[in-house]
Design a protein around this ligand. Structure first.
Ligand code: XMP
Length: 502
Protein backbone atom coordinates (compact mmCIF):
# COMPACT_ATOMS: atom_id res chain seq x y z
CA UNK A 1 0.00 0.00 0.00
CA UNK A 2 2.85 2.35 0.89
CA UNK A 3 4.49 2.15 -2.57
CA UNK A 4 1.14 2.96 -4.19
CA UNK A 5 0.56 6.11 -2.15
CA UNK A 6 4.23 7.15 -2.24
CA UNK A 7 4.31 7.10 -6.03
CA UNK A 8 1.06 9.08 -6.19
CA UNK A 9 2.26 11.67 -3.77
CA UNK A 10 5.53 12.07 -5.76
CA UNK A 11 3.28 13.23 -8.59
CA UNK A 12 1.17 15.40 -6.25
CA UNK A 13 -1.81 13.15 -7.00
CA UNK A 14 -4.47 12.52 -4.35
CA UNK A 15 -7.35 10.08 -4.68
CA UNK A 16 -10.78 9.45 -3.23
CA UNK A 17 -13.14 6.51 -2.93
CA UNK A 18 -14.37 6.33 -6.53
CA UNK A 19 -10.77 6.44 -7.79
CA UNK A 20 -9.74 3.14 -6.22
CA UNK A 21 -10.74 -0.49 -5.59
CA UNK A 22 -9.20 -3.35 -3.62
CA UNK A 23 -7.70 -6.54 -5.04
CA UNK A 24 -9.35 -9.82 -4.02
CA UNK A 25 -7.11 -12.55 -2.70
CA UNK A 26 -7.13 -16.11 -1.33
CA UNK A 27 -9.54 -16.26 1.59
CA UNK A 28 -10.56 -18.65 4.31
CA UNK A 29 -12.94 -16.10 5.79
CA UNK A 30 -16.67 -16.32 5.20
CA UNK A 31 -18.45 -12.97 5.63
CA UNK A 32 -20.45 -14.04 8.73
CA UNK A 33 -17.17 -15.01 10.45
CA UNK A 34 -15.57 -11.58 10.02
CA UNK A 35 -15.09 -9.78 13.34
CA UNK A 36 -16.00 -6.10 13.00
CA UNK A 37 -14.82 -4.96 16.44
CA UNK A 38 -12.82 -1.74 16.44
CA UNK A 39 -12.22 1.44 18.49
CA UNK A 40 -13.33 5.04 18.15
CA UNK A 41 -10.52 6.10 20.48
CA UNK A 42 -7.67 4.62 22.50
CA UNK A 43 -9.91 3.17 25.20
CA UNK A 44 -13.44 3.10 23.81
CA UNK A 45 -14.19 -0.06 21.90
CA UNK A 46 -16.93 -0.60 19.34
CA UNK A 47 -18.41 -3.87 18.15
CA UNK A 48 -18.81 -2.48 14.66
CA UNK A 49 -16.81 0.36 13.07
CA UNK A 50 -19.69 2.78 12.44
CA UNK A 51 -20.25 6.22 13.99
CA UNK A 52 -23.05 8.72 13.40
CA UNK A 53 -22.07 12.35 12.73
CA UNK A 54 -22.53 15.17 15.24
CA UNK A 55 -25.02 17.00 13.02
CA UNK A 56 -28.40 18.47 13.92
CA UNK A 57 -30.13 16.39 11.23
CA UNK A 58 -28.34 13.17 12.25
CA UNK A 59 -27.56 12.55 15.93
CA UNK A 60 -29.56 13.11 19.09
CA UNK A 61 -30.40 10.42 21.66
CA UNK A 62 -32.61 8.27 19.39
CA UNK A 63 -29.86 7.86 16.80
CA UNK A 64 -27.18 7.38 19.48
CA UNK A 65 -29.25 4.61 21.14
CA UNK A 66 -29.80 2.86 17.80
CA UNK A 67 -26.10 3.17 16.88
CA UNK A 68 -24.95 1.71 20.22
CA UNK A 69 -27.56 -1.07 20.01
CA UNK A 70 -26.12 -1.94 16.61
CA UNK A 71 -22.62 -2.06 18.17
CA UNK A 72 -21.37 1.36 17.00
CA UNK A 73 -21.64 4.78 18.62
CA UNK A 74 -23.38 8.11 17.99
CA UNK A 75 -21.87 11.55 18.56
CA UNK A 76 -24.61 13.86 19.85
CA UNK A 77 -24.37 17.24 18.10
CA UNK A 78 -23.78 20.54 19.91
CA UNK A 79 -26.30 22.72 18.13
CA UNK A 80 -28.23 22.27 21.40
CA UNK A 81 -27.78 24.15 24.65
CA UNK A 82 -25.31 22.35 26.98
CA UNK A 83 -28.25 21.43 29.27
CA UNK A 84 -30.31 19.99 26.41
CA UNK A 85 -27.29 18.08 25.09
CA UNK A 86 -26.63 16.66 28.58
CA UNK A 87 -30.26 15.47 28.68
CA UNK A 88 -29.76 13.63 25.40
CA UNK A 89 -26.64 11.96 26.80
CA UNK A 90 -28.56 10.96 29.95
CA UNK A 91 -31.32 9.44 27.79
CA UNK A 92 -28.76 7.20 26.10
CA UNK A 93 -26.96 6.24 29.30
CA UNK A 94 -30.23 5.43 31.11
CA UNK A 95 -31.75 3.49 28.23
CA UNK A 96 -30.67 0.07 29.50
CA UNK A 97 -30.50 -1.28 32.99
CA UNK A 98 -27.92 -4.04 32.98
CA UNK A 99 -27.33 -3.75 36.69
CA UNK A 100 -30.13 -2.89 39.03
CA UNK A 101 -28.45 -0.89 41.77
CA UNK A 102 -31.34 -0.77 44.23
CA UNK A 103 -33.48 -3.88 43.69
CA UNK A 104 -36.96 -4.13 45.23
CA UNK A 105 -36.68 -6.43 48.24
CA UNK A 106 -39.15 -8.26 50.51
CA UNK A 107 -38.98 -9.19 54.20
CA UNK A 108 -38.62 -12.86 55.11
CA UNK A 109 -41.71 -12.78 57.36
CA UNK A 110 -44.08 -11.21 54.79
CA UNK A 111 -46.65 -13.68 53.49
CA UNK A 112 -46.61 -14.88 49.90
CA UNK A 113 -50.00 -13.24 49.42
CA UNK A 114 -48.67 -9.87 50.68
CA UNK A 115 -45.83 -9.98 48.17
CA UNK A 116 -48.09 -10.94 45.27
CA UNK A 117 -50.52 -8.13 46.15
CA UNK A 118 -47.68 -5.61 46.38
CA UNK A 119 -46.34 -6.80 43.01
CA UNK A 120 -49.72 -6.33 41.36
CA UNK A 121 -50.40 -2.96 43.00
CA UNK A 122 -47.05 -1.56 41.89
CA UNK A 123 -47.33 -3.20 38.47
CA UNK A 124 -43.85 -4.73 38.66
CA UNK A 125 -43.15 -6.81 35.59
CA UNK A 126 -40.52 -8.95 37.36
CA UNK A 127 -41.13 -11.87 39.71
CA UNK A 128 -37.84 -12.23 41.62
CA UNK A 129 -37.18 -10.46 44.91
CA UNK A 130 -34.16 -10.66 47.22
CA UNK A 131 -35.39 -11.59 50.71
CA UNK A 132 -34.02 -9.70 53.76
CA UNK A 133 -34.11 -10.32 57.49
CA UNK A 134 -34.97 -7.65 60.08
CA UNK A 135 -31.34 -6.37 60.06
CA UNK A 136 -31.36 -5.81 56.30
CA UNK A 137 -29.14 -8.83 55.58
CA UNK A 138 -29.90 -10.96 52.52
CA UNK A 139 -31.23 -14.37 53.54
CA UNK A 140 -32.44 -15.67 50.17
CA UNK A 141 -34.16 -15.11 46.84
CA UNK A 142 -37.76 -15.74 45.86
CA UNK A 143 -38.59 -16.18 42.15
CA UNK A 144 -41.56 -16.66 39.82
CA UNK A 145 -41.39 -20.47 40.06
CA UNK A 146 -41.46 -20.29 43.88
CA UNK A 147 -44.72 -18.32 43.64
CA UNK A 148 -46.15 -20.60 40.91
CA UNK A 149 -45.67 -23.77 42.95
CA UNK A 150 -46.64 -22.31 46.31
CA UNK A 151 -49.58 -24.19 47.91
CA UNK A 152 -50.20 -21.91 50.88
CA UNK A 153 -50.48 -18.19 50.17
CA UNK A 154 -50.44 -17.42 53.89
CA UNK A 155 -46.99 -18.98 54.36
CA UNK A 156 -44.06 -16.62 55.01
CA UNK A 157 -41.79 -15.90 52.05
CA UNK A 158 -38.87 -17.52 53.88
CA UNK A 159 -40.63 -20.90 53.56
CA UNK A 160 -40.61 -20.84 49.74
CA UNK A 161 -37.39 -18.92 48.98
CA UNK A 162 -34.01 -20.40 48.01
CA UNK A 163 -31.74 -19.67 50.99
CA UNK A 164 -28.60 -17.58 50.47
CA UNK A 165 -26.33 -20.60 51.12
CA UNK A 166 -27.80 -22.36 48.03
CA UNK A 167 -27.62 -19.35 45.67
CA UNK A 168 -24.96 -18.50 43.11
CA UNK A 169 -24.02 -14.90 43.94
CA UNK A 170 -21.50 -12.31 42.72
CA UNK A 171 -19.18 -9.78 44.36
CA UNK A 172 -20.37 -6.14 44.47
CA UNK A 173 -17.75 -5.15 41.84
CA UNK A 174 -18.73 -7.83 39.32
CA UNK A 175 -19.12 -6.29 35.83
CA UNK A 176 -22.06 -7.11 33.55
CA UNK A 177 -20.06 -9.22 31.07
CA UNK A 178 -18.60 -11.42 33.82
CA UNK A 179 -22.04 -11.71 35.41
CA UNK A 180 -23.64 -12.66 32.09
CA UNK A 181 -21.04 -15.42 31.51
CA UNK A 182 -21.57 -16.78 35.03
CA UNK A 183 -25.36 -16.76 34.66
CA UNK A 184 -25.09 -18.52 31.31
CA UNK A 185 -22.77 -21.21 32.70
CA UNK A 186 -24.92 -21.85 35.75
CA UNK A 187 -28.29 -21.29 34.03
CA UNK A 188 -29.31 -18.63 36.56
CA UNK A 189 -31.97 -16.07 35.70
CA UNK A 190 -31.12 -13.72 38.57
CA UNK A 191 -27.74 -12.98 40.13
CA UNK A 192 -27.55 -11.17 43.46
CA UNK A 193 -24.44 -9.15 44.27
CA UNK A 194 -23.64 -9.56 47.92
CA UNK A 195 -21.25 -7.37 49.88
CA UNK A 196 -19.79 -7.56 53.38
CA UNK A 197 -22.12 -8.60 56.15
CA UNK A 198 -24.58 -10.09 53.62
CA UNK A 199 -25.59 -6.63 52.36
CA UNK A 200 -27.30 -6.45 48.96
CA UNK A 201 -25.13 -4.49 46.48
CA UNK A 202 -27.19 -4.96 43.29
CA UNK A 203 -28.79 -7.50 41.00
CA UNK A 204 -28.43 -8.67 37.41
CA UNK A 205 -31.48 -10.02 35.52
CA UNK A 206 -30.70 -12.49 32.73
CA UNK A 207 -33.51 -11.29 30.44
CA UNK A 208 -32.05 -7.73 30.37
CA UNK A 209 -28.50 -9.01 29.99
CA UNK A 210 -29.47 -11.22 27.08
CA UNK A 211 -30.81 -8.21 25.19
CA UNK A 212 -27.51 -6.47 25.75
CA UNK A 213 -24.96 -9.19 25.16
CA UNK A 214 -26.45 -12.01 23.17
CA UNK A 215 -26.44 -11.67 19.44
CA UNK A 216 -30.13 -11.74 18.66
CA UNK A 217 -31.20 -13.88 15.76
CA UNK A 218 -30.76 -12.08 12.45
CA UNK A 219 -28.74 -9.27 14.04
CA UNK A 220 -25.14 -8.78 13.06
CA UNK A 221 -23.78 -7.31 16.25
CA UNK A 222 -24.05 -6.99 19.99
CA UNK A 223 -24.87 -3.82 21.89
CA UNK A 224 -21.98 -1.48 22.58
CA UNK A 225 -21.99 -1.02 26.34
CA UNK A 226 -19.62 0.38 28.98
CA UNK A 227 -18.34 -1.50 32.03
CA UNK A 228 -21.64 -0.83 33.82
CA UNK A 229 -23.69 -2.22 30.94
CA UNK A 230 -24.95 1.20 29.80
CA UNK A 231 -24.94 2.10 26.11
CA UNK A 232 -21.86 4.05 25.05
CA UNK A 233 -22.24 7.55 23.66
CA UNK A 234 -20.06 10.44 22.50
CA UNK A 235 -20.76 14.17 22.38
CA UNK A 236 -19.42 17.08 20.35
CA UNK A 237 -18.07 19.81 22.65
CA UNK A 238 -16.26 22.23 20.35
CA UNK A 239 -13.40 24.53 21.40
CA UNK A 240 -12.46 26.99 24.17
CA UNK A 241 -14.28 28.05 27.34
CA UNK A 242 -17.67 26.91 26.07
CA UNK A 243 -16.30 23.42 25.40
CA UNK A 244 -15.11 23.23 29.00
CA UNK A 245 -18.56 24.25 30.30
CA UNK A 246 -20.24 21.65 28.10
CA UNK A 247 -17.77 18.94 29.13
CA UNK A 248 -18.45 19.62 32.82
CA UNK A 249 -22.17 18.95 32.33
CA UNK A 250 -21.69 15.98 30.04
CA UNK A 251 -19.19 14.24 32.28
CA UNK A 252 -21.79 14.24 35.08
CA UNK A 253 -23.99 12.17 32.74
CA UNK A 254 -21.07 9.75 32.16
CA UNK A 255 -20.54 10.60 28.50
CA UNK A 256 -17.88 8.18 27.18
CA UNK A 257 -16.12 10.35 24.59
CA UNK A 258 -15.79 14.12 24.04
CA UNK A 259 -15.31 15.26 20.48
CA UNK A 260 -13.55 18.57 19.81
CA UNK A 261 -15.31 19.06 16.50
CA UNK A 262 -14.11 21.88 14.32
CA UNK A 263 -13.68 22.53 10.62
CA UNK A 264 -9.92 23.01 11.20
CA UNK A 265 -8.52 20.67 13.83
CA UNK A 266 -4.88 21.67 13.38
CA UNK A 267 -5.23 24.94 15.25
CA UNK A 268 -4.14 26.48 18.55
CA UNK A 269 -7.65 26.57 20.00
CA UNK A 270 -8.16 22.84 19.39
CA UNK A 271 -4.80 21.84 20.81
CA UNK A 272 -5.25 23.99 23.93
CA UNK A 273 -8.78 22.69 24.51
CA UNK A 274 -7.52 19.13 24.02
CA UNK A 275 -4.77 19.54 26.61
CA UNK A 276 -7.12 21.14 29.14
CA UNK A 277 -9.83 18.49 28.70
CA UNK A 278 -7.24 15.69 28.94
CA UNK A 279 -5.98 17.12 32.23
CA UNK A 280 -9.49 17.66 33.65
CA UNK A 281 -11.07 14.37 32.54
CA UNK A 282 -8.45 11.62 32.60
CA UNK A 283 -11.21 8.98 32.48
CA UNK A 284 -12.94 10.30 29.34
CA UNK A 285 -11.45 9.76 25.88
CA UNK A 286 -11.07 12.93 23.81
CA UNK A 287 -11.17 12.80 20.03
CA UNK A 288 -10.41 15.81 17.86
CA UNK A 289 -10.54 17.03 14.28
CA UNK A 290 -10.95 17.52 11.49
CA UNK A 291 -7.65 17.29 9.69
CA UNK A 292 -6.54 15.99 6.31
CA UNK A 293 -2.76 15.78 6.39
CA UNK A 294 -0.26 13.63 8.25
CA UNK A 295 1.49 16.59 9.93
CA UNK A 296 -1.78 17.76 11.41
CA UNK A 297 -2.71 14.28 12.64
CA UNK A 298 0.70 13.97 14.28
CA UNK A 299 0.29 17.31 16.09
CA UNK A 300 -3.07 16.18 17.50
CA UNK A 301 -1.69 12.78 18.52
CA UNK A 302 1.30 14.46 20.22
CA UNK A 303 -1.08 16.79 22.06
CA UNK A 304 -2.83 13.74 23.54
CA UNK A 305 -5.82 13.10 21.24
CA UNK A 306 -7.30 9.65 21.86
CA UNK A 307 -8.75 9.55 18.35
CA UNK A 308 -8.47 11.76 15.26
CA UNK A 309 -11.09 12.67 12.67
CA UNK A 310 -9.90 12.86 9.10
CA UNK A 311 -11.89 14.64 6.42
CA UNK A 312 -11.94 18.27 5.34
CA UNK A 313 -14.60 18.84 2.72
CA UNK A 314 -15.46 15.31 1.46
CA UNK A 315 -18.97 15.31 2.99
CA UNK A 316 -22.08 15.20 0.84
CA UNK A 317 -23.31 18.58 2.15
CA UNK A 318 -19.86 20.23 2.32
CA UNK A 319 -18.81 23.17 0.19
CA UNK A 320 -15.59 23.91 2.10
CA UNK A 321 -13.36 22.77 -0.74
CA UNK A 322 -15.19 24.95 -3.26
CA UNK A 323 -15.46 27.99 -1.00
CA UNK A 324 -12.01 27.86 0.59
CA UNK A 325 -10.05 25.93 -2.03
CA UNK A 326 -8.58 23.57 0.58
CA UNK A 327 -8.80 19.86 1.37
CA UNK A 328 -7.32 16.55 0.31
CA UNK A 329 -9.32 13.82 -1.47
CA UNK A 330 -10.39 11.49 1.26
CA UNK A 331 -8.59 8.19 0.60
CA UNK A 332 -5.20 9.90 0.32
CA UNK A 333 -6.00 12.02 3.39
CA UNK A 334 -6.81 8.92 5.46
CA UNK A 335 -3.66 7.12 4.35
CA UNK A 336 -1.41 10.12 5.04
CA UNK A 337 -2.83 10.53 8.55
CA UNK A 338 -2.74 6.80 9.37
CA UNK A 339 0.89 6.59 8.35
CA UNK A 340 1.93 9.74 10.19
CA UNK A 341 0.74 8.36 13.54
CA UNK A 342 1.50 4.67 12.96
CA UNK A 343 2.39 2.88 16.20
CA UNK A 344 0.85 5.59 18.39
CA UNK A 345 -2.24 3.50 19.15
CA UNK A 346 -4.49 6.44 18.20
CA UNK A 347 -7.33 5.35 15.90
CA UNK A 348 -8.44 7.35 12.87
CA UNK A 349 -12.10 8.08 12.10
CA UNK A 350 -12.76 8.47 8.35
CA UNK A 351 -15.32 11.27 8.35
CA UNK A 352 -17.41 12.29 5.36
CA UNK A 353 -17.90 11.31 1.75
CA UNK A 354 -18.98 7.71 2.40
CA UNK A 355 -21.57 6.81 -0.22
CA UNK A 356 -21.93 3.04 0.19
CA UNK A 357 -20.50 0.06 2.05
CA UNK A 358 -17.73 -0.35 -0.55
CA UNK A 359 -16.38 3.07 0.51
CA UNK A 360 -16.42 1.86 4.13
CA UNK A 361 -14.31 -1.18 3.21
CA UNK A 362 -11.84 1.06 1.35
CA UNK A 363 -11.56 3.50 4.31
CA UNK A 364 -10.87 0.62 6.72
CA UNK A 365 -8.48 -1.05 4.27
CA UNK A 366 -6.46 2.16 4.05
CA UNK A 367 -6.11 2.11 7.84
CA UNK A 368 -9.03 4.01 9.34
CA UNK A 369 -10.43 2.23 12.41
CA UNK A 370 -13.97 3.48 11.89
CA UNK A 371 -16.14 5.49 9.50
CA UNK A 372 -18.42 8.40 10.38
CA UNK A 373 -21.70 8.72 8.51
CA UNK A 374 -23.92 11.72 7.90
CA UNK A 375 -25.97 11.44 4.70
CA UNK A 376 -26.32 7.67 4.88
CA UNK A 377 -28.13 7.94 8.22
CA UNK A 378 -29.98 11.25 7.78
CA UNK A 379 -32.97 9.65 6.05
CA UNK A 380 -33.68 7.15 8.81
CA UNK A 381 -36.44 7.20 11.39
CA UNK A 382 -34.04 7.85 14.27
CA UNK A 383 -32.53 11.00 12.73
CA UNK A 384 -34.03 14.22 14.17
CA UNK A 385 -36.77 15.91 12.14
CA UNK A 386 -40.05 14.88 10.57
CA UNK A 387 -40.56 13.05 7.30
CA UNK A 388 -42.46 14.96 4.63
CA UNK A 389 -43.61 14.35 1.08
CA UNK A 390 -41.94 16.05 -1.86
CA UNK A 391 -42.99 15.20 -5.41
CA UNK A 392 -44.63 12.03 -4.17
CA UNK A 393 -41.48 10.88 -2.35
CA UNK A 394 -41.07 10.62 1.42
CA UNK A 395 -38.02 12.67 2.47
CA UNK A 396 -36.16 14.07 5.48
CA UNK A 397 -34.08 17.24 5.72
CA UNK A 398 -30.30 16.97 5.81
CA UNK A 399 -28.03 19.98 6.11
CA UNK A 400 -24.39 20.85 6.67
CA UNK A 401 -23.46 22.27 10.06
CA UNK A 402 -21.78 25.07 8.09
CA UNK A 403 -24.93 25.78 6.06
CA UNK A 404 -26.64 29.15 6.43
CA UNK A 405 -29.61 27.57 8.21
CA UNK A 406 -27.46 25.75 10.79
CA UNK A 407 -25.16 28.74 11.36
CA UNK A 408 -28.09 31.15 11.81
CA UNK A 409 -29.73 28.82 14.31
CA UNK A 410 -26.77 27.90 16.44
CA UNK A 411 -23.71 29.74 17.67
CA UNK A 412 -21.96 26.35 17.92
CA UNK A 413 -22.19 25.97 14.13
CA UNK A 414 -20.78 29.49 13.62
CA UNK A 415 -17.90 28.68 15.97
CA UNK A 416 -17.20 25.41 14.16
CA UNK A 417 -16.50 27.44 11.03
CA UNK A 418 -14.60 30.22 12.82
CA UNK A 419 -17.44 32.77 12.37
CA UNK A 420 -18.59 33.22 15.98
CA UNK A 421 -18.56 37.01 15.77
CA UNK A 422 -19.74 37.44 12.15
CA UNK A 423 -23.06 39.31 11.61
CA UNK A 424 -25.89 37.04 10.37
CA UNK A 425 -26.06 38.79 6.98
CA UNK A 426 -22.30 38.35 6.50
CA UNK A 427 -22.03 34.64 7.31
CA UNK A 428 -20.05 32.68 4.71
CA UNK A 429 -21.57 29.18 4.56
CA UNK A 430 -19.42 26.11 3.96
CA UNK A 431 -22.30 23.72 3.53
CA UNK A 432 -25.70 23.35 1.94
CA UNK A 433 -29.22 22.35 3.01
CA UNK A 434 -31.10 19.57 1.25
CA UNK A 435 -33.24 16.48 1.51
CA UNK A 436 -32.59 12.75 1.42
CA UNK A 437 -35.06 9.89 0.82
CA UNK A 438 -36.73 8.46 3.90
CA UNK A 439 -35.19 5.05 4.63
CA UNK A 440 -37.08 3.59 7.60
CA UNK A 441 -35.47 2.31 10.83
CA UNK A 442 -31.72 2.75 11.02
CA UNK A 443 -31.16 -0.84 12.16
CA UNK A 444 -32.08 -2.30 8.77
CA UNK A 445 -29.94 0.29 6.99
CA UNK A 446 -26.97 -0.51 9.26
CA UNK A 447 -27.40 -4.26 8.74
CA UNK A 448 -26.93 -3.70 5.00
CA UNK A 449 -23.74 -1.67 5.57
CA UNK A 450 -22.36 -4.20 8.04
CA UNK A 451 -23.14 -7.00 5.59
CA UNK A 452 -21.24 -5.07 2.89
CA UNK A 453 -18.19 -4.65 5.15
CA UNK A 454 -18.25 -8.35 6.01
CA UNK A 455 -18.45 -9.18 2.33
CA UNK A 456 -15.39 -7.01 1.58
CA UNK A 457 -13.49 -8.70 4.42
CA UNK A 458 -14.44 -12.10 3.00
CA UNK A 459 -13.07 -11.20 -0.47
CA UNK A 460 -9.80 -10.04 1.10
CA UNK A 461 -9.50 -12.88 3.62
CA UNK A 462 -9.53 -10.55 6.64
CA UNK A 463 -10.85 -11.87 9.90
CA UNK A 464 -10.56 -8.54 11.72
CA UNK A 465 -10.61 -4.85 10.85
CA UNK A 466 -6.87 -4.55 11.44
CA UNK A 467 -6.21 -7.63 9.26
CA UNK A 468 -8.16 -5.87 6.53
CA UNK A 469 -5.65 -3.04 6.36
CA UNK A 470 -2.72 -5.51 6.66
CA UNK A 471 -3.92 -7.65 3.75
CA UNK A 472 -5.55 -5.16 1.41
CA UNK A 473 -3.90 -4.14 -1.85
CA UNK A 474 -5.23 -1.03 -3.48
CA UNK A 475 -5.14 0.15 -7.11
CA UNK A 476 -6.40 3.09 -9.08
CA UNK A 477 -9.26 2.72 -11.56
CA UNK A 478 -10.17 4.80 -14.60
CA UNK A 479 -13.55 6.41 -15.33
CA UNK A 480 -14.30 3.39 -17.52
CA UNK A 481 -13.48 1.14 -14.56
CA UNK A 482 -15.82 3.15 -12.34
CA UNK A 483 -18.64 2.95 -14.90
CA UNK A 484 -18.06 -0.81 -15.09
CA UNK A 485 -18.24 -1.03 -11.29
CA UNK A 486 -21.81 0.32 -11.20
CA UNK A 487 -24.80 -1.36 -12.84
CA UNK A 488 -24.69 -0.39 -16.52
CA UNK A 489 -26.58 -0.86 -19.77
CA UNK A 490 -29.76 -1.70 -17.95
CA UNK A 491 -32.74 0.17 -16.49
CA UNK A 492 -33.08 -0.89 -12.85
CA UNK A 493 -36.63 -2.12 -12.21
CA UNK A 494 -36.32 -3.31 -8.65
CA UNK A 495 -34.13 -1.27 -6.33
CA UNK A 496 -31.73 -3.06 -4.00
CA UNK A 497 -31.76 -2.01 -0.33
CA UNK A 498 -28.01 -1.30 -0.39
CA UNK A 499 -27.60 0.51 -3.70
CA UNK A 500 -28.62 4.04 -4.60
CA UNK A 501 -27.01 5.91 -7.44
CA UNK A 502 -26.81 9.57 -6.44
P1 XMP B 1 -21.46 12.76 4.72
O1 XMP B 1 -20.78 12.64 3.40
O2 XMP B 1 -21.49 11.48 5.47
O3 XMP B 1 -20.53 13.77 5.55
O4 XMP B 1 -22.81 13.37 4.58
C1 XMP B 1 -20.78 14.10 6.90
C2 XMP B 1 -19.62 14.92 7.45
O5 XMP B 1 -19.52 16.19 6.80
C3 XMP B 1 -18.92 17.14 7.69
N1 XMP B 1 -19.77 18.32 7.67
C4 XMP B 1 -19.50 19.43 6.96
N2 XMP B 1 -18.43 19.77 6.22
N3 XMP B 1 -19.47 21.81 5.68
C5 XMP B 1 -18.41 20.98 5.58
O6 XMP B 1 -17.43 21.30 4.88
C6 XMP B 1 -20.57 21.55 6.41
O7 XMP B 1 -21.51 22.33 6.46
C7 XMP B 1 -20.58 20.29 7.10
N4 XMP B 1 -21.49 19.71 7.93
C8 XMP B 1 -20.96 18.51 8.26
C9 XMP B 1 -18.84 16.49 9.05
O8 XMP B 1 -17.51 16.13 9.25
C10 XMP B 1 -19.78 15.29 8.91
O9 XMP B 1 -19.45 14.23 9.78
Amino acid sequence: MHKFFASLSDQGLMLTYSDVRLRTTYSEVLPPDANLASRISRNVELRVPLISSPMDTVTTASMAIAMAEAGGIGVVHRGLSPEAQAKEIARVKNHLNARIEAPITVQQDETVSDVLTMRERKRYRFHSFPVLDGDGKVVGLVTGSDFDFCQNLNAPVRSIMTPLADLTVGQPGMGPREAFDLMNRQKKKVLLLIGENARLAGLYAFSDMKRIFARAEGQQSEFNVDAKGQLRVAAAVGVGEKALERAALLSRKHCDVFHIDTAHGDSRGVIETLKTLKAQYPDVDIIAGNVSSGDSAKRLADAGADGILVGQGPGSICTTRVIAGIGVPQVSAIYDCVRAIEGSGVPIVADGGIGNSGDMVIALAVGASTVMLGRLLAGTEEAPGETRFLNGMQVKDYRGMGSLGAMRESSASRERYGQASVLPQKLVPEGVEGIVPYRGPVRSVLDQYLGGIRSGMGYIGARTVSELSDRAEIFRITNAGLAESHPHDIAITTEAPNYQRS
